[in-house]
Design a protein around this ligand. Structure first.
Ligand SMILES: [Zn+2]
Length: 341
């Protein structure tokens, strides 16, 4: 193993000469300019220091805004009941687990190569590349909560469950947006499924839960306006392609039907989030058009064709649950496929 040496003494100058070379005795009758002492820029010093001694996490305790709740008067299952319980969990437990998980992530991403963990690399061959940042979300998956109030969802995502579930954001009926996870962490919202060739959707997406019980519950206009405001920010910040904003049911039609068929996808598409078809300009597909392959181009998993059709219909037809496609629906698929190509 090479011994440690002071790399600063051999930092090259603009001509590629090292400091040591520049310190050679000057030639006689030559004008000599003193080279200023070479110090690393302050940013280098700072990052070196923080690498050796990582700063502690900035822990922010939870402060409840709902101090006027009387726990004695709470009706089981009411929004106030769930709000009280969610606040109690946040104060005593959830934030601690959140920061413990963050610390685990920091430890994981700070680990240097180790051939015990990865036998393909040699521990001694650790050269830090210096140009990097954190991976960004590239998809947004929309859900309905299937619960009766936003407070119930805040409570559900605040405690440890057998079946882990979470989301980055929850949008309430009155348009309030709750953030529950930082955009850069992997949330458990999408589960098993496939879109294009992506099966681990949690690793590359943000999950947005929309407070709606999923039955005949209408999405409110305050809620959709708030959702559009949130999507506007996220799409631009992470350069998320228009077609990468989809529903849970598009990704996992076999298991999930959210957001429900009442979700206003066409309105969202009009605002630039997800695609919708040109209702007044539907062209006849070519004679060799294969609607199933077209669904595959859009992103649907066609390994079980009827589920690809069901997923498509929930999103784009919305009032027809049959597993076959009419000529009109084939025209819609053709129209949408051209947007995804
Ligand atoms: Zn869902």
């Amino acid at each position: 193993m090479p011994s440690k040496r002071n790399i600063l003494s051999t930092i090259p100058n603009a001509r590629g000469n090292t400091a040591k070379q520049q310190n050679l005795p000057p030639q006689t009758n030559q004008t000599v300019f003193k080279t200023p002492e070479q110090k690393p820029p302050p940013s280098e010093i700072a990052s070196k220091a923080s690498f050796e001694a990582p700063a502690p996490l900035r822990y922010k305790p939870f402060i409840s805004k709902n101090t006027n709740i009387n726990p004695e008067a709470l009706v089981y299952g009411s929004p106030q009941y769930y709000l009280y319980r969610a606040d109690s969990l946040q104060k005593t437990y959830s934030r601690k687990i959140y920061y413990d998980n963050l610390q685990t992530i920091i430890d994981q991403i700070s680990a240097t190569p180790d051939d015990k963990l990865n036998p393909a690399v040699n521990t001694d061959n650790w050269y830090a590349a210096i140009d990097f940042n954190i991976r960004k979300p590239h998809f947004i998956i929309l859900h309905h909560t299937g619960q009766n109030s936003v407070e119930q969802t805040l409570f559900t995502f605040s405690f440890r469950k057998k079946l882990e579930s979470s989301a980055h954001y929850v949008v309430s009926r009155d348009g309030a947006v709750y953030q529950m996870l930082n955009d850069y962490v992997r949330s458990y919202h999408a589960g098993a499924g496939k879109w294009g060739n992506i099966s681990d959707m949690n690793s590359c997406s943000l999950g947005i839960e929309i407070d709606n019980n999923g039955e005949k519950d209408l999405f409110t206009s305050a809620q959709i306006n708030a959702l559009i405001k949130l999507l506007t920010y996220l799409k631009e910040k992470y350069s998320i392609p228009t077609g990468n904003i989809i529903g849970h049911s598009d990704f996992a039609p076999m298991r999930k039907n959210d957001p429900s068929v009442l979700f206003p996808w066409s309105r969202l598409a009009l605002a630039g989030f997800g695609y919708w078809y040109d209702i007044n300009n539907l062209k006849e597909p070519p004679p060799d058009f294969n609607p199933l392959l077209a669904l595959r181009v859009i992103g649907y998993d066609i390994s079980v064709p009827e589920y690809a059709i069901i997923g498509f219909k929930r999103h784009f037809i919305q009032n027809n649950e049959s597993k076959t496609l009419s000529d009109y629906e084939k025209k819609i698929i053709y129209n949408i496929m051209l947007k995804y190509e």
